[in-house]
Design a protein around this ligand. Sequence first.
Ligand code: IYR
Length: 221
Amino acid sequence: MTINMLPLDFNRLPPEEQSARSRQFLEQMQTRRTVRQFARDPVPFELIENAVAVASTAPSGANQQPWSFVVVKNAEIKRQIREAAEAEERENYTWRMPQEWVNTLAPLNTDWHKPHLEDAPYLIIVFSQTYGLNPDGSKRKHYYVTESVGIAVGMLLTSLHLAGLATLTHTPSPMGFLTEILHRPENERPFVLIPVGYPAPEAVVPDIKKKSVSDVITVVE
Ligand code: IYR
């Protein structure tokens, strides 16, 4: 199959506008925090839909777009997800996680209680498609699935933050219960579970810092 090539639609910006936009975006992103206490207030669905649309613009291996976004608003399904996640996390915190992991997590003050899974008005569960299905039912190999879905999730979190919403990047472990509760097909694996909403008025966040640019960048000239 050959694909038609089109001229690129690309608008070069004046340098001052480039720096202004880049600085403004940096300042906005520096205010993003992972939130673990959510208000029960509703969120306009349009914000969720737009964020999924943003994530869908992500680059992906061979443009295979190996992702699905399941948006849960239903209170009973959220309850089932909370119950299953807490059962797994209780095992994790009581014996499954090695001491080194427990020690690393200690400053974050997390435990097996996950009330945010019911408080947040939406849960977005991102699934990665380990392979694709052709119209005749045969399997199609997918490439760079983890990289592609990881990039899409980054864009999803960014979009939700810029829309004035709070998120938690949550990976209950193991996550197989999400496949069952949400009746997902054989080719999908749970990738991440993202509660979305407004922070609870009493929400607190750990006093932790990001590395500075000089700590993470190496310039090769
Ligand atoms: N999945 C557990 C533990 C946990 C692990 C990491 I790495 C974190 O950054 C935070 C939590 C939980 O959700 O509590």
